[in-house]
Every structure is written in C-alpha cells, then in structure tokens.
Design a protein around this ligand. Structure first.
Ligand code: PLP
Length: 396
C-alpha cells in the first residue's frame, strides 16, 4: 500500500549535488551551478543582531508565529514596499524558510482531491507540497515561443469545478520569467471570476534585473482577500541556512489554520535567526541591491557563453538566478542517451560543471537544462569560459 509521502521524490538536484561533492572529495575541481544557494555573506547588521541576541541569552522558546519585533518589521515592509493591505502584524506568520511556509499554506487550504493550477516547469517542491496536502497539481505549460510566460488564457482553460487555487511565482524558478502587472491583473481577474484562492510565491522578489519592478499579486484590487503570500529571506539577504520565511494571509479561518500548523510542526523559528531577520528587514538594504547587481553581471556572462554554445537556446531571465536553456534536436547526447539528463551527466563528467536537468521541474521541462548563477562570480566566470568548448567537444 502506498503512503502519501512515497509520492514525493528525493529530488534530481540532490543527485547532481551528491555526484559533484563526490568528485570534489576525490580532489577534482567542480563548479556548483546546480543549485540556488547565494554565495554572499548575510548583511553585517543582521549578523551583529544575532551575535547580540546570543550574548543577551535570547535563546528560549518564542511565540510560535514569530517574535513581535520581527512580525512588526514584516508588517511595515509588506504594507509599504509590497503594497499589501493587511490590518496588522497578526496577519504575519514567521516560518522556517519559504519551504515551511508553502507546506503549511497547502496543508491549510486543501482538502483531498482539490486542484491547484501551477506553472510547468516549476521548482519541484511546489507540486510535491500540493500532493503532501492531498491536493492535485494541475500543470499549465510555459512555452518557449511565449517567453515562458504563465499565460492567463492557459490558466483559465485549466480551471475545473475542483480547482481551489492558482499558484503564482514571479520571478520564476526555473526560467527567470517575470510576470508584469497586466498579466497579474488578468490572473487575479480569473481568480475573482471563478472564486479561487491565489498563492503567491515571492521568494525572488529582490532578485530582479534590467530595472524590472516586482509586483506583489496581493496588492492588486481583484486579488485582495483571496491571496496568501509566501516570502523568503534566503535569497534577499543570502540567509538560506538560517531558514527564515513568512506567510501573509487575511482570511481569519486560514490564519487560524496556519497558526495551528506552525504550532504543531516547528513551534516557532530559531530565536536568534529571528533577531537577525528583524535587523535585516529594518536596516539598510544596500547589500540586497548590490547582490542583485552582481547577479545581473553573472547572468550576462553566462548568457553570452550559452549563446555561443552549440546545442542550446538560452532564455534571458529577468529575475531569479537561473538560466534556462532549450536543448536542440542535434545534441549528440552522452553514453547512448540524448535526454536532458545526458547533458547534465556529460557536463559533470567532462568539466565538473553542475546543472539541473529540465525534466526535474515537470514534463514541460524535458529537453531543457537549468544553470544556477548563485555560486561565486569566479565559478560562474570559469563555467562560462568552459561551456562553449566543452559542448562543442561532445561526440555522443
Ligand atoms: C520558487 C521558490 N520558492 C520558495 C523557495 C523557498 O526557499 P527557502 O525555503 O530557502 O526560504 C525556493 C527556494 O529555492 C524557491 O525556489
């Protein structure tokens, strides 16, 4: 008999990472373009606040929804910067990273068999969390000819009587596609028309390029009262290991369920990390801006290299730190295979370069590959230097 957890995979990226770490342990140089972990240090004022919290003995249980100064800081940030209309800090729930936020949100919203519309490709953990909550992921294909946009017409065509929510992620992992205000307004209008909830994953809100502006779905009039927003501090402040995220909701019943779920799962985030998070949000934001500028420079380096490489058609991302590329039909393959895994395997074996096979992100990801440029600029530069010639040397 199959258990619901048996439906969840261990993840393709973990397999790639383990192979790269194996090779590294054997003394080989590897370039870590497989996963999205910022190379930067956390902002100095966040680190100092954590050091102070430790010295002051702030190491005890906290309120399970978060310490008041952090919930207050988040309340101020989402109402001023994101344009959300929420009554107060009680609408903020601090979570153990965005991942824990997504888990409790799907768990709080879904009954068995409820459908959630989501982009395909999509960061795998979304579909897995929907399934863990008993829901059914309903993928909407993002097409290369449409710039991988999550198109409102395709979303509406996927609505059925069992649809409970539309999941939105901008900037998007894995393509780096950014949804602008008109597209978000059209999605909110669909939710209003069919009385659906909206789940907005804004983990990459501050990793955005070329002067694009991040628009928070929950700030749009048609989305108000029906949107649950999930944020993360992992990318904004490079705090990935400190596990800080938060959820914003307005519906009283949903809020009550979310509070019960944090109490019964994590019962509050690490107290010291919460003090660091409050300092990060309240303090100067120049470190975040500097990181975004550096990511943009890395994107340009890597994009130019992929444009020069055979067998790949790269998509220029407007946000997040991933470069998504389509593998062309003339790819000779590796070890008798020509799928996306064959290119990932070839790049590991031939040059120690990490990547993620597109099929890891859903059926529409097949025949694609994702390179993350969140590792150091030196690693990205080195990989960019190698990729064209390494791919040219592929023999099948
Ligand atoms: C789209 C998306 N949402 C949410 C997260 C959650 O990140 P974390 O749990 O580190 O906050 C990630 C992490 O990679 C992501 O890619």
């Amino acid at each position: 008999m199959s258990h619901i957890v048996d439906q969840v995979s261990f993840g393709a990226i973990v397999q790639v990472r383990d192979r790269l770490l194996d090779q590294q342990a054997q003394g080989r140089k590897v370039l870590r373009l497989e996963s999205g972990d910022p190379s930067f240090d956390i902002p100095v004022h966040a680190r100092e606040a954590m050091e102070k919290a430790l010295r002051d003995g702030l190491t005890h249980y906290t309120a399970s929804t978060g310490i008041p100064p952090l919930r207050q800081a988040i309340y101020r940030k989402v109402t001023t910067e994101n344009g959300l209309h929420i009554p107060g800090p009680d609408n903020v729930i601090v979570t153990n990273g965005g991942m824990n936020g997504l888990y409790i949100v799907f768990r709080a919203l879904l009954d068995p068999g409820d459908e959630v519309i989501l982009p395909d490709p999509m960061w795998t953990e979304i579909a897995e969390n929907i399934k863990l909550a008993g829901g059914v992921p309903v993928p909407v294909r993002l097409r290369p000819e449409a710039g991988y946009q999550y198109r409102p017409a395709d979303i509406e065509a996927a609505v059925t009587p069992r649809t409970k929510a539309i999941f939105v992620n901008t900037p998007h992992n894995p393509t780096g596609m950014v949804l602008r205000r008109p597209a978000l307004e059209a999605i909110a209008a669909i939710a209003e028309k069919h009385n659906l909830l909206l789940i907005s994953d804004e983990a990459y809100e501050h990793v955005i390029f070329d002067g694009e502006q991040h628009v928070s779905l929950g700030s749009l009039p048609a989305a108000q009262g029906r949107t649950i927003t999930v944020h993360s501090l992992s990318k904004t402040y490079a705090m990935s290991g400190l596990r800080l995220g938060y959820v914003i909701a307005t519906d009283e019943l949903i809020l009550e369920r979310l509070k019960k779920l944090v109490r019964c799962t994590i019962n509050g985030v690490n107290s010291v990390a919460q003090h660091g998070a409050a300092a990060a949000i309240n303090g100067p934001q120049d470190a975040t801006l500097a990181m975004a500028a550096e990511y943009q420079a890395r994107r340009d380096m890597l994009f130019a290299a992929l444009e020069e490489s055979p067998y790949l058609v790269p998509f220029k991302p407007s946000g997040a730190f991933y470069l998504w590329a389509r593998i062309t039909p003339d790819w000779p393959g590796y070890q008798g295979k020509t799928d996306d895994w064959s290119m990932t395997n070839y790049l590991i074996d031939a040059a120690g370069i990490g990547s993620s096979p597109g099929s890891a992100f859903g059926p529409a990801g097949e025949g694609h590959i994702r390179f993350a440029f969140s590792c150091s600029t030196d690693q990205v530069r080195e990989a960019a230097g190698l990729l064209p010639s390494v791919l040219r040397a592929a023999k099948g």
